[in-house]
Design a protein around this ligand. Sequence first.
Ligand code: NAD
Length: 505
Amino acid sequence: MNFETATPYRAIADRLALPAGAFIDGALAGPADGKLLETVNPATGEVLTTIAHCGPDDVDRAVAAARRAFRNGSWSRAAPELRKAVLLRLSELIRSNATELAVLESLDSGKPIRDCLKEIAIEVPATFQWYAELIDKSFGRVAPTGEDACALITREPIGVVGAVLPWNFPLLMAAWKLAPALASGCSVVVKPAEQTALSLLRLAELATDAGLPAGVLNVLPGLGETTGRAIGLHSDIDAVSFTGSTQVGRLFLRYAAESNLKSIGLEMGGKSPFIVLDDAELSPELIENAVTAAFWNGGQNCSANMRQIIDRKRQEEYLHLVTERARALVVGDPLDPATELGPMVSAEHRRTVLGVVEAGHREGARCVLSSSQALQAQPGNFLGPTVFGDLSPQMTIAREEIFGPVLGVLPVDGLDEALAVANDSDYGLHATLYTRDLDRALFMSRRLACGTVAINGFTEGDLKTPFGGYKRSGSLARDKGLEAMGQYLQTKTTWISISAPTRQG
Ligand code: NAD
């Protein structure tokens, strides 16, 4: 079959069985009070299916199953080799079911199938594989002591983990949390975003097929203010790892304070700069990176580089090149592999993005590309790319996270102003920097107040490198890399006093 057109993906979509319910204690189950939510295809506006809207009773049930599994040790105390084998099997099952999972996620989220395939066929299974491989290679430490003691420093799973996820990378964000949490021996109660629950429900079934004991992984779809809140406030959840907006992240700190002081890991929003110093060549590769940094995933990306900070003398040339490339982006059917920009996740989110575009016009930014209007007549939540020039740092579009395809160029004079403008933000998730001068690259990298600095290429690193934010973009927690384990493990000291042995003879 030719997978270079939409036809085979549509055929898969037509025969897909859409998962329903919640996944509790090893099986799909309806919500206790029978409440359901509609899930809509963002590309057509049609209702795809209904999913469970889990209430506090379902959260209680899932946490009880997770706690029972944690206590009985079937996973938390299982031999490292066993846990490793199960997670490796899961990564293989994801690979072998990747096309179906990718179609499911594309229908549910509106993400282009080419992106879903890259994430689900490659990155998600690689994440489970990497943390699986780590399980039998992680050692404790022995502290230096006198001969009268032996001091062991070991790390133990924290217990029952709540994971609360956003809609923009549904399975990838799930993998960033589930893989290290499960590798560490924790049990997990995970809430996908209400817009995008389907692929994670299917993954939970695959985890059972891979041999994960019942109760270790529970998936509870539902709205934030009910399901998410009940997870945040639950007194038998030991830690929550949250990815989403700064506004909701703040609530999780409150939930912890009002319940059992659970540990809270926060990965939140951003307003990341893309800085082009005056020595950088405006090459096709740089322009491709600038457009990807802004428009990948329709700009619905926490590390989207929407503030593009350019030397004033080169603003016109830069705007021309970026606009030409952005104009050529293919907007359309997410199931078509040619599509680069799918719809916004919901009609409500599209309205929010258009509101920020209006603010840009009102506050005097210069609009050089506006392809939003033409698409508004179509069904679905499509928005084309918008490019503004002449932003000033105080404008709404220069300060607020937009989470849509809206790129803004801020002209600056010199390196110091570039740095000051880049750091003038409540957020600190990511920055991209272009320069040919290594001294300037390292000078800037050390002073940029953010968790990831990408030099001469837009990237979030790979799964071996930690990802998280400074300032209001995150807590000290990190996803990915060895650092992610820190969210799910706690450190124990065992101090053994040693008496000198009585010697015979
Ligand atoms: P959101 O904060 O609206 O929702 C995130 C999750 O929190 C969802 O599951 C939602 O149901 C839940 N939630 C909402 N209200 C809640 C409440 N009152 N109590 C408990 N839970 C609640 O975010 P979103 O719109 O799904 O995702 C977009 C945001 O996520 C952006 O700000 C983006 O920058 C951020 N994000 C950050 C990263 C990162 O790694 N730093 C990655 C992806 C997305």
